[in-house]
Design a protein. Structure first.
Length: 133
């Protein structure tokens, strides 16, 4: 058996976002698709770890943490360049506020990812596959 550790949630149905980037080519992975016109589809079964750092997962943070984690995963996999990181962080803020989070709390989230989440977009930090006996 092979598995990856570190996930808390698994998406039950597809979630679609229109994001403010246009890659040169369509990107398709097992669970994430990004079209050349910025349509990001995260497929059912995608697993993510929710919010990171000194914060709590709440209803108004779930979609934001989902899209942010998927976007960073594409950067870790070198399917998007690191120049997309700031755009991803700004989009996180917008989704959090759209989903009902206060602008003050969303700003703290945004500030946290701007200061401390660069490692999560770095290709050196691709999730390792573990092998069970």
């Amino acid at each position: 058996m092979k598995y990856r550790s570190g996930y808390k949630y698994q998406l039950a149905e597809n979630e679609t976002f229109i994001i403010p980037i246009d890659p040169f080519d369509d990107i398709k992975t097992e669970f994430i698709e990004l079209s050349k016109n910025g349509v990001l589809v995260i497929r059912a079964g995608y697993a993510w770890d929710g919010s990171s750092g000194p914060t709590l997962d709440t209803k108004n943070s779930m979609r934001g943490s989902l899209v942010h984690d998927a976007w960073y995963q594409l950067m870790r996999q070198r399917l998007l360049g690191g120049h997309c990181r700031e755009i991803a962080d700004d989009f996180l803020y917008d989704v959090l506020v759209a989903d009902g989070m206060s602008k003050v709390r969303a700003w703290f989230w945004w500030r946290g990812v701007r200061r401390a989440a660069g490692y999560a977009a770095d290709p050196k930090n691709v999730k390792k596959v573990h092998v069970a006996p």
